[in-house]
Design a protein around this ligand. Structure first.
Ligand SMILES: Nc1ncnc2c1ncn2[C@@H]1O[C@H](COP(=O)(O)OP(=O)(O)OP(=O)(O)O)[C@@H](O)[C@H]1O
Ligand SMILES: [Mg+2]
Length: 260
């Protein structure tokens, strides 16, 4: 499945001197990062370092205290979450968030922009009717499920998927929404080793197809295998960045993060 053209002119997502304080305490403090397009950037660091808060800021869920968020020449700093999603920035939440009562396939169909979304929430909504009206979308949804290796789970109710399979589904929903930049909050954590291979392989294939990935991760071997660039956050600040090998073996990182 071809998700995007490699030659697309892809804008750079950038945060500049970004800070967010909660009651006088910094959660993110003066963070500046330009995320390389069509590459995988890992954000690592101890619990409470500010990684998820950085994603909340980029996604427009909370406002920065100061600093800017840019996409190419566009300023995202005061944009709302739905505007940011429409601009192609998708988010996998730490706690996943798929529609548990819908099937895997339905979860994808309702993610397509301007589709059955509105109809779906009407009281007279009928599953059979939706499936008939949405034939082309169902075919696209099936292709996406195949791409994320969930084709055989199309008719499984999402709450019956394993946690890792729900993460694959949540990523497929981002693709259905045409996300070009994927913010993945701990895609590997809590995932069974067999599914972990699928998640990691999916991330590689997404970058091959032109997506930009920024992911938060505690599992160092996953970072070493997947990331092109690594940023280490500790106590709200970037304390190290560079190539995975360099950063992971760096003294500051080992002290801040690995405790050795
Ligand atoms: N809405 C909020 N109100 C108050 N404090 C917050 C809020 N959100 C985050 N914080 C604080 O900001 C700091 C950074 O939290 P954050 O969730 O970003 O850490 P994290 O790096 O994602 O950690 P983990 O690896 O455990 O997920 C923590 O001290 C946290 O308590
Ligand atoms: Mg977090």
């Amino acid at each position: 499945m071809d998700l995007s053209r490699r030659t697309d002119n892809v804008p750079t997502l950038e945060v500049k001197h970004l800070s967010r304080f909660f009651g006088g305490v910094a959660a993110v403090n003066n963070v500046s990062i330009a995320f390389t397009p069509q590459r995988i950037t890992a954000l690592i660091g101890p619990n409470g370092a500010g990684k998820t808060t950085l994603f909340n800021l980029i996604g427009g869920y909370i406002a920065p205290t100061s600093g800017a968020i840019l996409l190419g020449t566009g300023d995202l700093t005061t944009r709302k979450p739905w505007e940011i999603a429409r601009l192609g920035i998708g988010r996998l939440f730490q706690d996943v968030r798929v529609f548990g009562k819908l099937t895997t396939l339905e979860n994808i169909v309702v993610a397509f922009p301007n589709q059955v979304g509105e109809m779906f929430w009407q009281p007279i909504f009928q599953r059979a009717q939706m499936m008939k009206m949405e034939r082309p979308n169902i075919e696209r949804a099936q292709a996406l499920l195949e791409f994320v290796t969930l084709a055989d789970k199309a008719n499984t109710v999402a709450e019956n998927l394993s946690f890792g399979q729900q993460k694959l589904l949540a990523i497929a929903r981002l693709l259905a929404m045409d996300a070009k930049i994927l913010l993945l909050d701990e895609p590997a954590s809590g995932v069974h080793p067999a599914v972990l291979d699928s998640v990691m392989d999916l991330m590689s294939r997404l970058v091959d197809q032109g997506k930009t990935i920024i992911f938060i991760e505690h599992n160092i071997s996953v970072v070493l295998e997947l990331a092109h660039w690594v940023y280490v956050l500790d106590d709200s600040e970037v304390v190290a960045f560079g190539l995975p090998d360099e950063v992971i073996h760096d003294r500051v990182t080992r002290e801040a993060y690995l405790g050795v």
